[in-house]
Design a protein around this ligand. Sequence first.
Ligand SMILES: Nc1ncnc2c1ncn2[C@@H]1O[C@H](COP(=O)(O)OP(=O)(O)OP(=O)(O)O)[C@@H](O)[C@H]1O
Ligand SMILES: [Mg+2]
Length: 529
Amino acid sequence: MGIVVGIDLGTTNSLIATLDDGQPWVIPDDEGDLLLPSYVGMSDSNQLLVGQSAMRQYAAAPERTVKSIKRQMGTDYSVTLGDRTYSPQEISAILLKSLKQRAESVLAEEITQAVITVPAYFTDAQRQATKEAGEIAGFEVLQILNEPTAAALVFDVRAEEPENVLVYDLGGGTFDVSIVEIAGDVTEVLASHGNNRLGGDDFDRQLQRHLADRFSQAHDGTLVPTDAATQARLLQAAEQAKMALSDHAFTTVREPFLVSEGDAALHLEAEIAREDFENLIKPLLKDTLEAIDRALADADMTAEDLDRVVLVGGSTRIPLVQQLVESHLPGVPVSSFEVDLCVGLGAALQAGVLAGEAVSSILVDVTPHSLGIAAVMDTPMGRMPDMFSAIIPRNTVIPTSRSQVYHTSYDYQEAVEIEVYQGENAIARENVPLGSFRVEELPPKPGGSLQIEVHFDFDLNGILTVTATEKGQGKKNSLAVNDTETRRLSSHDLNQARAAIDSLFEAMPFSLEDLEADLAGESADSEEE
Ligand SMILES: Nc1ncnc2c1ncn2[C@@H]1O[C@H](COP(=O)(O)OP(=O)(O)OP(=O)(O)O)[C@@H](O)[C@H]1O
Ligand SMILES: [Mg+2]
Protein backbone atom coordinates (compact mmCIF):
# COMPACT_ATOMS: atom_id res chain seq x y z
CA MET A 1 0.00 0.00 0.00
CA GLY A 2 1.23 3.47 -0.85
CA ILE A 3 1.96 6.29 1.54
CA VAL A 4 -0.98 8.46 2.54
CA VAL A 5 -0.70 12.07 3.70
CA GLY A 6 -2.78 14.66 5.49
CA ILE A 7 -2.65 18.30 4.45
CA ASP A 8 -3.62 21.43 6.38
CA LEU A 9 -4.21 24.02 3.66
CA GLY A 10 -4.24 27.18 5.82
CA THR A 11 -4.90 30.83 5.07
CA THR A 12 -1.49 31.80 6.45
CA ASN A 13 0.46 28.53 6.65
CA SER A 14 0.09 25.05 5.19
CA LEU A 15 1.75 21.73 5.98
CA ILE A 16 1.86 18.08 5.00
CA ALA A 17 2.04 15.17 7.45
CA THR A 18 2.25 11.41 7.21
CA LEU A 19 2.36 8.37 9.49
CA ASP A 20 5.25 6.33 10.72
CA ASP A 21 4.18 3.20 12.57
CA GLY A 22 0.78 4.71 13.18
CA GLN A 23 2.20 7.96 14.60
CA PRO A 24 1.75 11.18 12.62
CA TRP A 25 4.65 13.55 11.90
CA VAL A 26 5.08 16.68 9.83
CA ILE A 27 7.35 16.48 6.78
CA PRO A 28 9.89 19.35 6.70
CA ASP A 29 11.31 21.10 3.64
CA ASP A 30 15.05 21.14 2.75
CA GLU A 31 15.70 23.80 5.35
CA GLY A 32 13.88 21.94 8.08
CA ASP A 33 10.84 24.22 8.04
CA LEU A 34 7.57 22.48 8.86
CA LEU A 35 5.22 25.26 7.78
CA LEU A 36 4.85 26.46 4.20
CA PRO A 37 3.69 30.10 4.15
CA SER A 38 0.56 30.10 1.96
CA TYR A 39 2.02 32.54 -0.59
CA VAL A 40 2.44 32.13 -4.35
CA GLY A 41 4.22 34.63 -6.57
CA MET A 42 5.96 35.27 -9.84
CA SER A 43 9.44 36.80 -9.74
CA ASP A 44 10.32 39.66 -12.11
CA SER A 45 12.00 37.07 -14.34
CA ASN A 46 8.76 35.04 -14.41
CA GLN A 47 9.96 32.35 -12.02
CA LEU A 48 7.30 30.67 -9.90
CA LEU A 49 7.79 31.38 -6.19
CA VAL A 50 6.06 29.32 -3.50
CA GLY A 51 6.16 29.71 0.29
CA GLN A 52 9.02 31.62 1.99
CA SER A 53 10.38 33.12 -1.22
CA ALA A 54 6.95 34.40 -2.29
CA MET A 55 6.33 35.75 1.19
CA ARG A 56 9.62 37.64 1.13
CA GLN A 57 8.70 39.17 -2.21
CA TYR A 58 5.28 40.28 -0.94
CA ALA A 59 6.32 43.57 0.70
CA ALA A 60 8.26 44.69 -2.38
CA ALA A 61 5.97 43.33 -5.10
CA PRO A 62 2.43 42.73 -3.83
CA GLU A 63 1.11 42.92 -7.43
CA ARG A 64 3.05 39.77 -8.30
CA THR A 65 2.27 37.88 -5.11
CA VAL A 66 -0.88 36.10 -3.90
CA LYS A 67 -1.65 35.48 -0.26
CA SER A 68 -4.72 34.30 1.69
CA ILE A 69 -6.18 32.61 -1.41
CA LYS A 70 -8.20 30.41 0.92
CA ARG A 71 -10.62 33.30 1.41
CA GLN A 72 -11.49 33.17 -2.30
CA MET A 73 -12.07 29.43 -2.61
CA GLY A 74 -15.40 28.64 -4.25
CA THR A 75 -15.78 32.10 -5.82
CA ASP A 76 -15.09 33.08 -9.42
CA TYR A 77 -12.28 35.38 -8.37
CA SER A 78 -9.21 35.25 -10.58
CA VAL A 79 -5.72 36.59 -10.20
CA THR A 80 -3.12 37.48 -12.79
CA LEU A 81 0.48 36.39 -12.32
CA GLY A 82 2.90 36.99 -15.17
CA ASP A 83 1.03 36.42 -18.44
CA ARG A 84 -1.77 34.16 -17.21
CA THR A 85 -4.78 34.37 -14.90
CA TYR A 86 -5.37 31.76 -12.22
CA SER A 87 -8.45 30.53 -10.37
CA PRO A 88 -8.33 30.07 -6.57
CA GLN A 89 -8.20 26.30 -7.18
CA GLU A 90 -5.11 26.70 -9.30
CA ILE A 91 -3.28 28.88 -6.77
CA SER A 92 -4.16 26.39 -4.03
CA ALA A 93 -3.00 23.55 -6.29
CA ILE A 94 0.40 25.23 -6.55
CA LEU A 95 0.69 25.18 -2.76
CA LEU A 96 -0.47 21.57 -2.63
CA LYS A 97 1.92 20.49 -5.34
CA SER A 98 4.81 22.12 -3.55
CA LEU A 99 3.89 20.16 -0.41
CA LYS A 100 3.58 16.99 -2.46
CA GLN A 101 7.07 17.45 -3.89
CA ARG A 102 8.49 18.11 -0.45
CA ALA A 103 6.99 14.86 0.80
CA GLU A 104 8.11 12.86 -2.23
CA SER A 105 11.66 14.09 -1.91
CA VAL A 106 11.84 13.26 1.82
CA LEU A 107 10.11 9.90 1.53
CA ALA A 108 11.62 9.00 -1.86
CA GLU A 109 8.32 7.64 -3.06
CA GLU A 110 5.44 8.85 -5.16
CA ILE A 111 2.48 10.05 -3.14
CA THR A 112 -1.01 10.08 -4.55
CA GLN A 113 -3.58 9.85 -1.76
CA ALA A 114 -4.37 12.70 0.57
CA VAL A 115 -6.83 13.99 3.14
CA ILE A 116 -7.16 17.79 2.97
CA THR A 117 -8.70 19.90 5.73
CA VAL A 118 -11.12 22.82 5.47
CA PRO A 119 -12.87 25.01 8.06
CA ALA A 120 -16.12 23.56 9.40
CA TYR A 121 -18.04 26.55 8.03
CA PHE A 122 -16.91 25.95 4.42
CA THR A 123 -19.86 25.61 2.01
CA ASP A 124 -20.22 22.85 -0.55
CA ALA A 125 -18.81 25.10 -3.24
CA GLN A 126 -15.73 25.83 -1.11
CA ARG A 127 -15.22 22.15 -0.33
CA GLN A 128 -15.63 21.22 -3.99
CA ALA A 129 -13.07 23.85 -4.97
CA THR A 130 -10.63 22.46 -2.40
CA LYS A 131 -11.10 18.94 -3.75
CA GLU A 132 -10.46 20.23 -7.27
CA ALA A 133 -7.30 21.96 -6.08
CA GLY A 134 -6.11 18.59 -4.74
CA GLU A 135 -6.88 16.88 -8.02
CA ILE A 136 -5.10 19.57 -10.03
CA ALA A 137 -2.06 19.00 -7.83
CA GLY A 138 -2.15 15.29 -8.72
CA PHE A 139 -3.74 13.84 -5.60
CA GLU A 140 -6.58 11.42 -5.21
CA VAL A 141 -8.46 13.24 -2.45
CA LEU A 142 -9.57 10.57 0.02
CA GLN A 143 -11.57 13.03 2.10
CA ILE A 144 -12.18 16.71 2.70
CA LEU A 145 -12.00 16.76 6.50
CA ASN A 146 -13.17 19.48 8.88
CA GLU A 147 -10.26 21.20 10.63
CA PRO A 148 -11.75 20.98 14.15
CA THR A 149 -12.40 17.28 13.68
CA ALA A 150 -8.80 16.77 12.61
CA ALA A 151 -7.56 18.62 15.70
CA ALA A 152 -9.82 16.62 18.00
CA LEU A 153 -8.55 13.34 16.52
CA VAL A 154 -5.03 14.12 17.68
CA PHE A 155 -6.21 13.94 21.27
CA ASP A 156 -8.58 11.03 20.98
CA VAL A 157 -8.24 8.67 18.13
CA ARG A 158 -11.56 6.95 18.35
CA ALA A 159 -12.27 7.38 22.01
CA GLU A 160 -14.20 4.53 23.57
CA GLU A 161 -16.73 6.77 25.24
CA PRO A 162 -18.49 9.43 23.16
CA GLU A 163 -16.86 12.79 23.83
CA ASN A 164 -17.92 16.37 23.20
CA VAL A 165 -14.93 18.47 22.28
CA LEU A 166 -14.92 22.23 21.82
CA VAL A 167 -12.20 23.25 19.38
CA TYR A 168 -11.09 26.89 19.63
CA ASP A 169 -8.99 27.78 16.58
CA LEU A 170 -7.37 31.20 16.43
CA GLY A 171 -4.92 31.38 13.52
CA GLY A 172 -3.38 34.17 11.50
CA GLY A 173 -6.43 35.51 9.74
CA THR A 174 -9.41 33.50 10.90
CA PHE A 175 -11.08 32.44 14.10
CA ASP A 176 -13.52 29.64 14.55
CA VAL A 177 -14.97 27.62 17.33
CA SER A 178 -16.63 24.27 16.76
CA ILE A 179 -18.22 21.61 18.86
CA VAL A 180 -17.30 18.15 17.69
CA GLU A 181 -18.82 14.92 18.89
CA ILE A 182 -16.59 11.89 18.65
CA ALA A 183 -18.24 8.52 19.12
CA GLY A 184 -16.24 5.54 17.95
CA ASP A 185 -15.80 5.81 14.21
CA VAL A 186 -18.24 8.65 13.83
CA THR A 187 -17.26 12.26 14.26
CA GLU A 188 -19.70 15.04 13.75
CA VAL A 189 -19.45 18.82 13.91
CA LEU A 190 -22.49 19.83 15.95
CA ALA A 191 -22.02 23.58 15.69
CA SER A 192 -19.51 26.04 14.35
CA HIS A 193 -19.13 29.80 14.66
CA GLY A 194 -16.47 32.29 13.97
CA ASN A 195 -15.13 35.29 12.24
CA ASN A 196 -13.10 34.79 9.12
CA ARG A 197 -11.56 38.23 9.53
CA LEU A 198 -10.08 37.85 13.00
CA GLY A 199 -6.70 36.50 13.96
CA GLY A 200 -3.06 37.14 14.71
CA ASP A 201 -2.76 39.60 11.82
CA ASP A 202 -5.14 41.93 13.67
CA PHE A 203 -3.05 41.69 16.83
CA ASP A 204 0.02 42.61 14.79
CA ARG A 205 -1.74 45.69 13.41
CA GLN A 206 -2.87 46.81 16.87
CA LEU A 207 0.69 46.55 18.14
CA GLN A 208 2.04 48.26 15.02
CA ARG A 209 -0.19 51.27 15.75
CA HIS A 210 0.90 51.25 19.38
CA LEU A 211 4.56 51.22 18.34
CA ALA A 212 3.95 54.18 16.00
CA ASP A 213 2.38 56.10 18.92
CA ARG A 214 5.29 55.27 21.19
CA PHE A 215 7.68 56.49 18.51
CA SER A 216 5.91 59.84 18.20
CA GLN A 217 5.78 60.26 21.97
CA ALA A 218 9.52 59.72 22.17
CA HIS A 219 10.31 62.09 19.29
CA ASP A 220 8.25 65.23 19.95
CA GLY A 221 5.33 64.17 17.85
CA THR A 222 7.27 63.11 14.75
CA LEU A 223 5.03 60.68 12.87
CA VAL A 224 6.21 57.40 11.41
CA PRO A 225 6.10 57.80 7.60
CA THR A 226 3.31 55.89 5.89
CA ASP A 227 5.43 54.47 3.05
CA ALA A 228 5.08 50.73 2.54
CA ALA A 229 8.66 49.82 3.44
CA THR A 230 8.66 51.62 6.81
CA GLN A 231 5.23 50.29 7.70
CA ALA A 232 6.30 46.76 6.73
CA ARG A 233 9.28 47.05 9.07
CA LEU A 234 7.06 48.23 11.88
CA LEU A 235 4.58 45.41 11.27
CA GLN A 236 7.32 42.81 11.32
CA ALA A 237 8.70 44.23 14.56
CA ALA A 238 5.20 44.09 15.98
CA GLU A 239 4.76 40.42 15.14
CA GLN A 240 8.12 39.54 16.67
CA ALA A 241 7.29 41.48 19.82
CA LYS A 242 3.91 39.76 20.01
CA MET A 243 5.57 36.33 19.91
CA ALA A 244 8.18 37.30 22.51
CA LEU A 245 5.38 38.42 24.82
CA SER A 246 3.87 34.93 24.75
CA ASP A 247 6.95 33.75 26.67
CA HIS A 248 8.04 36.88 28.49
CA ALA A 249 6.31 39.54 30.52
CA PHE A 250 8.28 42.33 28.78
CA THR A 251 10.10 42.81 25.53
CA THR A 252 12.06 45.64 23.95
CA VAL A 253 11.49 46.63 20.34
CA ARG A 254 14.50 48.20 18.66
CA GLU A 255 14.33 49.55 15.11
CA PRO A 256 17.35 51.75 14.54
CA PHE A 257 17.14 54.45 11.85
CA LEU A 258 13.40 54.03 11.41
CA VAL A 259 13.10 57.64 10.28
CA SER A 260 15.69 60.05 8.99
CA GLU A 261 14.98 63.73 9.46
CA GLY A 262 17.47 65.92 7.66
CA ASP A 263 20.81 64.78 9.05
CA ALA A 264 19.34 63.17 12.11
CA ALA A 265 18.29 59.54 12.29
CA LEU A 266 15.50 58.68 14.66
CA HIS A 267 15.38 55.27 16.31
CA LEU A 268 12.47 53.36 17.70
CA GLU A 269 13.20 51.88 21.08
CA ALA A 270 10.25 50.89 23.20
CA GLU A 271 9.71 48.48 26.01
CA ILE A 272 6.36 46.74 25.77
CA ALA A 273 4.78 44.99 28.72
CA ARG A 274 2.65 41.94 28.13
CA GLU A 275 -0.09 43.82 29.92
CA ASP A 276 0.02 46.67 27.36
CA PHE A 277 -0.39 44.15 24.56
CA GLU A 278 -3.18 42.37 26.40
CA ASN A 279 -5.10 45.60 26.77
CA LEU A 280 -4.82 46.18 23.04
CA ILE A 281 -6.26 42.81 22.07
CA LYS A 282 -8.72 42.18 24.90
CA PRO A 283 -11.72 43.64 23.05
CA LEU A 284 -11.03 41.35 20.08
CA LEU A 285 -10.73 38.32 22.33
CA LYS A 286 -14.02 39.11 24.07
CA ASP A 287 -15.72 38.52 20.72
CA THR A 288 -14.26 35.03 20.57
CA LEU A 289 -15.85 34.21 23.93
CA GLU A 290 -19.23 35.25 22.59
CA ALA A 291 -18.73 32.87 19.67
CA ILE A 292 -18.16 30.06 22.20
CA ASP A 293 -21.52 30.82 23.78
CA ARG A 294 -23.24 30.89 20.42
CA ALA A 295 -21.75 27.56 19.39
CA LEU A 296 -22.82 26.00 22.70
CA ALA A 297 -26.34 27.36 22.30
CA ASP A 298 -26.52 26.03 18.73
CA ALA A 299 -25.43 22.59 19.89
CA ASP A 300 -28.00 22.82 22.68
CA MET A 301 -25.29 22.44 25.30
CA THR A 302 -23.80 24.13 28.30
CA ALA A 303 -20.18 24.08 29.46
CA GLU A 304 -20.99 21.09 31.67
CA ASP A 305 -21.64 18.96 28.59
CA LEU A 306 -18.10 19.44 27.32
CA ASP A 307 -15.45 16.78 27.96
CA ARG A 308 -12.57 18.80 26.65
CA VAL A 309 -11.45 22.04 25.05
CA VAL A 310 -8.74 21.85 22.39
CA LEU A 311 -6.80 25.00 21.51
CA VAL A 312 -5.62 25.22 17.91
CA GLY A 313 -3.82 27.89 15.87
CA GLY A 314 -0.64 29.85 16.44
CA SER A 315 -2.43 32.69 18.24
CA THR A 316 -3.54 30.42 21.08
CA ARG A 317 0.09 30.59 22.30
CA ILE A 318 -0.86 33.98 23.74
CA PRO A 319 -1.27 33.32 27.49
CA LEU A 320 -4.27 35.66 27.75
CA VAL A 321 -6.14 33.56 25.18
CA GLN A 322 -5.67 30.45 27.32
CA GLN A 323 -6.65 32.31 30.47
CA LEU A 324 -9.82 33.77 29.00
CA VAL A 325 -10.96 30.46 27.55
CA GLU A 326 -10.21 28.63 30.81
CA SER A 327 -12.11 31.09 32.93
CA HIS A 328 -15.00 31.23 30.47
CA LEU A 329 -15.44 27.45 30.66
CA PRO A 330 -14.64 26.66 34.29
CA GLY A 331 -14.01 23.01 35.06
CA VAL A 332 -13.49 21.90 31.46
CA PRO A 333 -9.96 20.55 30.85
CA VAL A 334 -8.12 22.59 28.24
CA SER A 335 -5.57 20.77 26.04
CA SER A 336 -3.20 21.96 23.42
CA PHE A 337 -0.42 20.30 21.51
CA GLU A 338 1.64 21.79 18.68
CA VAL A 339 -1.08 24.34 18.06
CA ASP A 340 0.01 25.14 14.53
CA LEU A 341 0.61 21.52 13.50
CA CYS A 342 -2.21 19.58 15.06
CA VAL A 343 -4.77 20.03 12.26
CA GLY A 344 -2.28 18.52 9.79
CA LEU A 345 -1.34 15.74 12.23
CA GLY A 346 -5.01 14.87 12.64
CA ALA A 347 -5.45 14.84 8.86
CA ALA A 348 -2.61 12.32 8.58
CA LEU A 349 -4.25 10.15 11.25
CA GLN A 350 -7.52 10.23 9.34
CA ALA A 351 -5.72 9.39 6.09
CA GLY A 352 -4.22 6.38 7.87
CA VAL A 353 -7.61 5.28 9.15
CA LEU A 354 -9.10 5.52 5.65
CA ALA A 355 -6.20 3.53 4.23
CA GLY A 356 -6.76 0.85 6.83
CA GLU A 357 -3.57 1.44 8.80
CA ALA A 358 -3.38 0.97 12.54
CA VAL A 359 -3.04 4.41 14.07
CA SER A 360 -2.35 5.49 17.62
CA SER A 361 -2.91 8.78 19.35
CA ILE A 362 0.01 11.06 19.90
CA LEU A 363 1.93 10.67 23.11
CA VAL A 364 2.01 14.08 24.61
CA ASP A 365 4.42 14.92 27.40
CA VAL A 366 2.75 17.06 30.00
CA THR A 367 3.58 18.45 33.41
CA PRO A 368 1.88 16.15 35.90
CA HIS A 369 1.65 18.86 38.59
CA SER A 370 1.21 22.61 38.66
CA LEU A 371 4.45 24.49 39.25
CA GLY A 372 4.50 27.87 40.94
CA ILE A 373 5.67 30.01 43.83
CA ALA A 374 4.45 31.25 47.19
CA ALA A 375 3.01 34.74 47.02
CA VAL A 376 0.81 37.20 48.86
CA MET A 377 -2.54 37.07 47.10
CA ASP A 378 -5.89 38.76 47.29
CA THR A 379 -8.51 36.23 48.31
CA PRO A 380 -12.18 36.54 49.29
CA MET A 381 -10.86 36.61 52.88
CA GLY A 382 -8.57 39.55 52.19
CA ARG A 383 -4.85 39.60 51.47
CA MET A 384 -3.23 36.33 52.41
CA PRO A 385 0.44 35.46 52.58
CA ASP A 386 1.88 32.13 51.44
CA MET A 387 -0.71 31.42 48.80
CA PHE A 388 0.28 29.17 45.90
CA SER A 389 0.52 31.07 42.64
CA ALA A 390 0.73 28.54 39.79
CA ILE A 391 2.87 29.67 36.86
CA ILE A 392 2.81 26.46 34.81
CA PRO A 393 -0.57 24.77 35.30
CA ARG A 394 -0.83 21.00 35.54
CA ASN A 395 -1.17 19.16 32.23
CA THR A 396 0.70 21.81 30.25
CA VAL A 397 2.49 20.27 27.29
CA ILE A 398 6.28 20.45 27.63
CA PRO A 399 8.70 21.92 26.82
CA THR A 400 7.14 25.14 27.99
CA SER A 401 8.11 28.48 29.44
CA ARG A 402 5.82 30.88 31.24
CA SER A 403 6.27 33.99 33.29
CA GLN A 404 4.35 36.20 35.62
CA VAL A 405 4.93 39.56 37.25
CA TYR A 406 4.73 40.07 41.02
CA HIS A 407 5.12 43.18 43.16
CA THR A 408 6.97 43.84 46.38
CA SER A 409 4.62 43.80 49.35
CA TYR A 410 6.00 46.43 51.78
CA ASP A 411 7.93 49.72 51.74
CA TYR A 412 11.71 49.59 51.32
CA GLN A 413 11.63 45.85 50.83
CA GLU A 414 15.26 44.84 50.31
CA ALA A 415 14.87 41.31 49.06
CA VAL A 416 12.32 38.86 47.75
CA GLU A 417 12.36 35.18 48.54
CA ILE A 418 11.21 32.95 45.71
CA GLU A 419 9.91 29.64 47.08
CA VAL A 420 9.15 27.14 44.33
CA TYR A 421 6.48 24.47 44.82
CA GLN A 422 4.65 21.82 42.87
CA GLY A 423 1.13 20.69 43.60
CA GLU A 424 -2.48 21.72 43.42
CA ASN A 425 -3.18 23.12 46.90
CA ALA A 426 -4.04 26.81 47.21
CA ILE A 427 -1.82 27.03 50.31
CA ALA A 428 1.81 26.99 49.16
CA ARG A 429 3.14 25.01 52.13
CA GLU A 430 0.70 22.18 51.49
CA ASN A 431 2.50 21.47 48.20
CA VAL A 432 5.88 19.85 47.56
CA PRO A 433 8.75 22.34 47.98
CA LEU A 434 11.29 22.24 45.14
CA GLY A 435 13.71 24.84 46.44
CA SER A 436 14.04 28.55 47.05
CA PHE A 437 16.33 31.47 46.35
CA ARG A 438 16.51 35.22 46.95
CA VAL A 439 16.87 38.32 44.86
CA GLU A 440 18.61 40.91 47.05
CA GLU A 441 19.72 44.55 47.12
CA LEU A 442 16.46 45.80 45.71
CA PRO A 443 16.33 49.61 45.35
CA PRO A 444 14.40 51.29 48.22
CA LYS A 445 10.88 51.91 46.96
CA PRO A 446 7.34 52.01 48.33
CA GLY A 447 5.59 48.65 48.68
CA GLY A 448 4.00 47.37 45.50
CA SER A 449 6.06 49.59 43.23
CA LEU A 450 8.83 47.14 42.30
CA GLN A 451 8.03 44.59 39.63
CA ILE A 452 9.58 41.14 39.81
CA GLU A 453 9.25 38.96 36.76
CA VAL A 454 9.35 35.27 37.61
CA HIS A 455 10.12 33.06 34.62
CA PHE A 456 9.65 29.28 34.64
CA ASP A 457 11.30 27.21 31.97
CA PHE A 458 10.52 23.50 31.90
CA ASP A 459 12.52 21.54 29.33
CA LEU A 460 12.07 18.11 27.77
CA ASN A 461 14.47 16.55 30.26
CA GLY A 462 12.25 17.56 33.11
CA ILE A 463 14.56 20.31 34.29
CA LEU A 464 12.84 23.35 35.68
CA THR A 465 14.77 26.62 35.68
CA VAL A 466 13.28 29.48 37.64
CA THR A 467 14.59 33.00 37.11
CA ALA A 468 13.44 36.09 39.00
CA THR A 469 14.34 39.51 37.69
CA GLU A 470 13.73 42.90 39.29
CA LYS A 471 12.55 45.07 36.43
CA GLY A 472 14.09 48.43 37.28
CA GLN A 473 17.76 47.59 37.79
CA GLY A 474 17.70 44.12 36.32
CA LYS A 475 18.87 42.40 39.52
CA LYS A 476 18.28 38.72 39.03
CA ASN A 477 18.89 35.25 40.37
CA SER A 478 17.88 31.78 39.36
CA LEU A 479 17.52 28.19 40.42
CA ALA A 480 17.55 24.93 38.45
CA VAL A 481 15.54 22.03 39.77
CA ASN A 482 16.19 18.64 38.29
CA ASP A 483 12.80 17.17 38.45
CA THR A 484 13.71 13.52 38.07
CA GLU A 485 11.53 12.36 40.92
CA THR A 486 8.44 13.94 39.49
CA ARG A 487 9.12 12.47 36.07
CA ARG A 488 6.62 13.75 33.64
CA LEU A 489 3.96 11.40 32.40
CA SER A 490 2.70 11.26 28.89
CA SER A 491 -0.98 12.06 28.72
CA HIS A 492 -1.46 8.45 27.72
CA ASP A 493 0.14 7.23 30.96
CA LEU A 494 -1.75 9.92 32.78
CA ASN A 495 -5.07 8.80 31.40
CA GLN A 496 -4.25 5.18 32.17
CA ALA A 497 -3.31 6.05 35.71
CA ARG A 498 -6.46 8.09 36.13
CA ALA A 499 -8.60 5.25 34.77
CA ALA A 500 -6.90 2.75 37.09
CA ILE A 501 -7.58 4.95 40.10
CA ASP A 502 -11.14 5.64 39.03
CA SER A 503 -11.86 1.94 38.79
CA LEU A 504 -10.27 1.39 42.22
CA PHE A 505 -12.75 3.84 43.63
CA GLU A 506 -15.64 2.23 41.81
CA ALA A 507 -14.63 -1.16 43.15
CA MET A 508 -14.34 0.17 46.71
CA PRO A 509 -16.48 -2.27 48.72
CA PHE A 510 -16.93 -0.15 51.82
CA SER A 511 -18.41 3.22 52.64
CA LEU A 512 -16.55 6.37 53.49
CA GLU A 513 -17.31 5.83 57.18
CA ASP A 514 -15.64 2.44 57.04
CA LEU A 515 -12.65 4.03 55.43
CA GLU A 516 -12.42 6.70 58.15
CA ALA A 517 -12.79 4.07 60.86
CA ASP A 518 -10.05 2.06 59.19
CA LEU A 519 -7.74 5.06 59.09
CA ALA A 520 -8.48 5.90 62.73
CA GLY A 521 -7.59 2.31 63.66
CA GLU A 522 -4.36 2.52 61.74
CA SER A 523 -3.24 5.75 63.33
CA ALA A 524 -4.13 4.33 66.75
CA ASP A 525 -1.85 1.39 65.87
CA SER A 526 1.00 3.61 64.90
CA GLU A 527 0.69 5.69 68.06
CA GLU A 528 1.19 2.56 70.07
CA GLU A 529 4.53 1.81 68.44
N1 LIG B 1 4.31 32.38 19.99
C1 LIG B 1 3.31 33.04 19.41
N2 LIG B 1 2.62 33.99 20.08
C2 LIG B 1 1.61 34.66 19.50
N3 LIG B 1 1.20 34.46 18.23
C3 LIG B 1 1.85 33.51 17.50
C4 LIG B 1 2.92 32.76 18.05
N4 LIG B 1 3.35 31.89 17.09
C5 LIG B 1 2.60 32.10 15.99
N5 LIG B 1 1.69 33.09 16.23
C6 LIG B 1 0.71 33.64 15.29
O1 LIG B 1 -0.10 32.61 14.78
C7 LIG B 1 -0.62 32.99 13.51
C8 LIG B 1 -0.51 31.83 12.52
O2 LIG B 1 -1.27 30.78 13.01
P1 LIG B 1 -1.58 29.46 12.15
O3 LIG B 1 -0.32 28.94 11.57
O4 LIG B 1 -2.37 28.58 13.03
O5 LIG B 1 -2.48 30.11 11.01
P2 LIG B 1 -3.29 29.45 9.81
O6 LIG B 1 -3.88 28.16 10.24
O7 LIG B 1 -2.52 29.46 8.57
O8 LIG B 1 -4.38 30.55 9.63
P3 LIG B 1 -5.91 30.40 9.55
O9 LIG B 1 -6.34 29.54 10.70
O10 LIG B 1 -6.36 31.81 9.65
O11 LIG B 1 -6.17 29.72 8.24
C9 LIG B 1 0.19 34.22 13.07
O12 LIG B 1 -0.59 35.39 13.27
C10 LIG B 1 1.36 34.23 14.06
O13 LIG B 1 1.85 35.53 14.30
MG1 LIG C 1 -5.60 27.08 10.72
